[in-house]
Design a protein around this ligand. Structure first.
Ligand SMILES: [Zn+2]
Length: 182
């Protein structure tokens, strides 16, 4: 039987970017947007606040877009300050590159294993799904999910008892499966 685990975000990630008002490099989105209209052209930003001094910075979502080429649904979500839209935009590599930001997902995700019943079995097949592209170490994930230490997980990998089609060392942010035999 295949067990399904999910890596779930618990809130928006921290935005890494230098603050112009203080030395901090950490910002938080609160799901607020600003849209400016100039004749028929629209600019839109996602607002983020410095976690140290509260200074607001604007992350460009789009610039000088003709009002007719912007989906009305997108504008509605911005006017409603939709936090789900903030999450989608922060995960968009184009938005991240345009604004030269990186994300820190530390402590803003959890692993949902759907209970621990499967952990007693001799062979465990697990499919891990990422609800957001959160970079995590599979070794840490498997240790948390199976109630093992990271050293034990490393040993199981070395002994060939923990196998996957992906490399389990390093970090991953996409779906994978693994099999654990004890
Ligand atoms: Zn600041």
């Amino acid at each position: 039987m295949l067990n399904r685990w999910v890596v779930m975000p618990t809130c928006l990630p921290t935005v890494l970017r230098r603050c112009h008002a203080c030395a901090s490099e950490r910002f938080r989105a609160n799901g607020k947007f600003r849209v400016n209209a100039h004749h028929k052209l629209l600019d839109a930003w996602l607002l983020v606040l410095c976690t140290a001094c509260g200074e607001t910075a604007k992350l460009t979502v789009f610039e000088r877009m003709n009002v007719r080429s912007v989906r009305p649904e997108l504008l509605d979500r911005m006017h409603d300050n939709d936090p789900g839209l903030a999450a989608e935009l922060l995960q968009d590599p184009v938005v991240r590159r345009r604004n030269r930001i990186a994300l820190d997902w530390d402590n803003v995700w959890r692993l949902d294993t759907g209970g621990s019943d499967h952990l007693d079995r001799e062979v465990i097949d697990v499919s891990v799904r990422f609800a957001a592209r959160i970079p995590v170490r599979p070794v840490r994930l498997i240790a948390d999910g199976c109630g093992l230490s990271r050293a034990e997980v490393e040993r199981l990998i070395t002994e060939g008892k923990l196998v996957s089609a992906v490399r389990l060392s390093g970090k991953l942010s996409g779906d994978f499966t693994f099999t654990l035999k004890r």
